[in-house]
Design a protein around this ligand. Structure first.
Ligand SMILES: C[S@@+](CC[C@H](N)C(=O)[O-])C[C@H]1O[C@@H](n2cnc3c(N)ncnc32)[C@H](O)[C@@H]1O
Length: 351
C-alpha cells in the first residue's frame, strides 16, 4: 500500500531502517496482538483516530473495525506497502517528529504502538502527539518496557544493553534475529519517557504494565494537560449570569455551544427541562469523572449499578466514576442539573 509522502522535510534516514525488513516484519509480527489494543476506548464509533508510526497497519485496521476513521502515518514507505487496504484507514507516509502531514483537524484519539523507541527525537514526536490531539481526546502510547533487559531465551532483549547498563541512553542493537536485532532501538530510562511526556504537555492518566513474567511492554494512557484558566481572562468572564430558559443549557463545560456558557475543563453543569417521556439509550459510565443529578422539579428514575434509584424535587443522586448507570424515566414536567467533574470526554457505553 504505497502512499505519496505528505511530508516536505522528510528524513530518508528514518525510512531506510525499516524499509529492508518490511516484508519480514509483516510476516514476523502477523500473529502479534498490539499492546495498546486492550486499552483502547471500547466505543470508537465516529471518532477520528491517528495511528502514529503505524508500521504495516495492524492496529489501524483494528481501530477502523471499531467504527473510527483512521489516519495511519509511518515514515517507511515499504512498511506502508505491506498494509492491507482497509475501509476507513487513510495510510500516509510522514514523519512523526513533524506535523507536515497533518491537515489541522484535531484527532479524538492518538495511538502510538511500540514505536517511540524507533524515533530518534522523542520530544519532537511527543510534541506532535500533543499538537494533533484534541483537548478532550485520548492518547495511548506503548513502548518497550525500559526497565528490563529482557530474556535471552526470547532472542529479543527488549530494552537496554546489558553491556552499557540501564542508565546509558542511546541507540543499540541486540544482534539477534528479532526486530531489535535488525532495526535496533533507542533505549531511554523510564524517567526520560515520563518527563518528556509531561514536557510535551501531556498528563499521564494511567501507567499499565500488561501481565508478563518479564515485562516487555509499557502502556501509558495520557491526555492533554488541561489549562482551564486562560492566560488573559476577559473581565466579564469572571462572573456571568446565564439564563436557564431553554430545554438544555450548558451552564459550564469544555465547549459551551453559545457564548453564554462558562468554558471550563474542570466542571460540566447542564440545566435541563423535560416535558415529555425521556430516558437514556443503554447504560453508561464515566471512566474518570464523578456525576451528580440534582432534581429541581419533577422526578427521575435511575438504575445505578443495577439497582433502581428515585429522586424527587429537592433531592440529588451522586454517581461515582466507573459506576454503570442510566436515566430510565422522568416524571415530567421536570427540571434539574447534571454536574460532572472533571469535564472530560470519558463516557463509555456499558450495556
Ligand atoms: C516497531 S514498528 C511498530 C509499528 C506498528 N505501530 C506496530 O505496532 O506494529 C516501528 C515503526 O515506527 C516507524 N517510525 C520510526 N521512526 C518514525 C518517524 N520518525 N516517523 C514515523 N514513523 C516512524 C517505523 O517505520 C516502523 O514502522
Amino acid at each position: 500500500m504505497r502512499r505519496e509522502s505528505a511530508c516536505a522535510s522528510y528524513n530518508p534516514w528514518m525510512e531506510s531502517r525499516y524499509d529492508p525488513y518490511a516484508q519480514w516484519y509483516a510476516d514476523f509480527t502477523r500473529d502479534w496482538s498490539p499492546s495498546c489494543l486492550p486499552y483502547l476506548p471500547s466505543n470508537l464509533h465516529g471518532q477520528r483516530v491517528l495511528d502514529l508510526a503505524c508500521g504495516v497497519g495492524t492496529l489501524s485496521a483494528m481501530i477502523a473495525a471499531r467504527g473510527a476513521t483512521v489516519a495511519a502515518v509511518d515514515a517507511s514507505a515499504r512498511m506502508l506497502d505491506q498494509a492491507a487496504p482497509v475501509a476507513g484507514v487513510d495510510y500516509r507516509q510522514g514523519d512523526a517528529t513533524t506535523t507536515d502531514w497533518w491537515n489541522g483537524t484535531p484527532f479524538d484519539g492518538v495511538v502510538s504502538n511500540m514505536a517511540l523507541m524507533d524515533v530518534e527525537d522523542l520530544d519532537a514526536a511527543l510534541a506532535t502527539i500533543a499538537t494533533v490531539a484534541s483537548p478532550h481526546g485520548w492518547v495511548l502510547i506503548s513502548v518497550l518496557h525500559p526497565c528490563f533487559p529482557g530474556r535471552d531465551d526470547t532472542g529479543t532483549l527488549p530494552s537496554w544493553s546489558p553491556e552499557h547498563g540501564y542508565s546509558w541512553e542511546g541507540w543499540w542493537t541486540t544482534n539477534t534475529d528479532g526486530v531489535r536485532g535488525r532495526v535496533g532501538a533507542h533505549h531511554r530510562m523510564l524517567s526520560t519517557y515520563l518527563n518528556a511526556i509531561r514536557r510535551a504537555g501531556l498528563d499521564i492518566v494511567e501507567v499499565i504494565e500488561p501481565p508478563s513474567d518479564v515485562p516487555r511492554d509499557l502502556v501509558l494512557r495520557c491526555r492533554k494537560t488541561r489549562r482551564s484558566v486562560p492566560a488573559t481572562r476577559a473581565p466579564e468572564s469572571l462572573a456571568r449570569k446565564i439564563s436557564l430558559d431553554g430545554r438544555l443549557t450548558v451552564v459550564a463545560g469544555p465547549n459551551p455551544p453559545t457564548n453564554d456558557g462558562f468554558c471550563s475543563d474542570r466542571v460540566q453543569v447542564l440545566h435541563w427541562r423535560v416535558d415529555e417521556p425521556f430516558g437514556d439509550v443503554g447504560t453508561h459510565l464515566h471512566r474518570d469523572s464523578d456525576e451528580v443529578y440534582v432534581v429541581l422539579e419533577g422526578g427521575i428514575d435511575l438504575i445505578v449499578d443495577g439497582s433502581p434509584v428515585h429522586a424527587s424535587a429537592g433531592e440529588a443522586v451522586t454517581v461515582g466514576a466507573g459506576v454503570p448507570h442510566a436515566l430510565v424515566a422522568v416524571q415530567y414536567p421536570a427540571r434539574g442539573l447534571t454536574i460532572r467533574g472533571p469535564a472530560i470526554d470519558d463516557k463509555v457505553s456499558s450495556g
